[in-house]
Write a protein that binds this ligand. Structure first.
Ligand SMILES: [Zn+2]
Length: 356
């Protein structure tokens, strides 16, 4: 009996090891080394600085975290933004969702308005801890490795101490990178993530097998359905796009029974495709696009005119396929091979059923 009791105590103690670890505070905000949203009192909103590692100056990289803990039980929705440091709209989306009244919420919103602290400081897509290192993509190295070097430790701490233990479903918010633009655009890789994408009512859904090391795919493959939601252009808070992001996430939360209210299962505006064509500049020069985002093109339509440094036309570029314009270059300076536009299409090849 004593042995059994000891085993029971050990079992009960195990969850305690994963409890929120408070290690200090900064201007009244607790600094934590680990989050367990179960520790937060129901009906409250708490803010934290998560310590995601330290810089070469032995100062912590701090990542902001907001937990809105509903008065009623329910699922945990993880919402992240700013893993690419020039992609900002999602940060404003989270700031707005943070005002959800916990009394009206069932479940928990765990939100990270800025995953890539060094990249945000430099307004760059990459993780840029200091001048001397390569600048890797933080959204290709998940789940990382705690105790590893640089980005491996940073991503590993995020993954194992903050993101993965606090998510039942997840949305990772992005925009296009500097010099390019998306409409409101979601990636999905499974039936549930497709349904999630439809609920947030983007202009375009790309069914996509995904890429290794992304927050979306590593969570989905680990049993936490997750989508990447792209909200337009980088380096700005676009009020209209942010508003659509908030409205879409509220609709998803209603479907998850986290908030009350009517659910719109799928918007008529959403175009879903399973294949993508990238149209690239055949030589370096100045590009003038002949098409707008989120419009349809027929095969052979002129989509861009390329000129040399003197404004002399060098190339007229035609759409290689019919489809919907899903990405455009907004910076007219194009090196040979740079993307001009992407076109989303639909293939009836069975292997493309969930994206190819
Ligand atoms: Zn991104």
């Amino acid at each position: 009996m004593r042995v059994l009791l000891a085993a029971a105590v050990l079992f009960l103690a195990a969850p305690g090891q994963a409890a929120t670890e408070r290690v200090g505070s900064l201007d009244g905000i607790a600094i934590i080394d680990r989050l367990d949203a179960a520790d937060i009192a129901p009906g409250t909103t708490e803010r934290f600085w998560f310590r995601a590692g330290s810089s070469a100056l032995a100062q912590p990289w701090l990542v902001p975290v907001i937990v809105v803990k509903g008065a009623k039980p329910g699922p945990r929705l993880l919402i992240t933004a700013g893993i690419h440091g020039d992609e900002l709209n999602g940060i404003d989306v989270i700031h707005r969702l943070a005002s959800i009244e916990p009394a009206t919420l069932a479940g928990t919103l765990v939100m990270v308005p800025g995953l890539n602290t060094p990249g945000l400081l430099q307004s760059t897509r990459e993780w840029t801890p200091d001048f001397s290192r390569a600048s890797p993509n933080l959204n290709r190295v998940m789940p990382g490795k705690e105790g590893g070097r640089g980005i491996d430790d940073y991503s590993g701490r995020l993954w194992f101490r903050l993101l993965r233990p606090n998510a039942d479903q997840a949305i990772d918010l992005h925009t296009q990178s500097r010099g390019t633009a998306y409409p409101m655009y979601a990636f999905a890789s499974t039936p549930r993530t497709r349904a999630m994408a439809e609920l947030v009512a983007p202009d375009i859904i790309k069914l996509d097998p995904g890429e290794k090391g992304t927050v979306e795919n590593e969570l989905t493959n680990d049993g936490v359905p997750a989508i990447t939601l792209e909200l337009g252009r980088p380096e700005m808070f676009d009020t209209q796009m942010v508003g659509r992001g908030v409205a879409g996430i509220v609709n998803l939360m209603r479907e998850m029974a986290m908030l009350s209210g009517p659910v719109v299962p799928k918007s008529a505006i959403t175009f879903t495709g399973n294949k993508q064509e990238v149209v690239r500049a055949p030589r370096s020069g100045w590009a003038v696009l002949a098409v707008a985002l989120n419009t349809d093109v027929a095969k052979g339509d002129e989509i861009a005119v390329l000129s040399d440094a003197f404004g002399r036309v060098t190339d007229r570029i035609a759409a290689p396929v019919a489809g919907r314009i899903s990405t455009i270059a907004t910076d007219p300076r194009r090196d040979r091979g740079d993307m001009l536009v992407r076109i989303i299409t639909n293939s009836d090849d069975p292997k493309c059923a969930m994206g190819c």
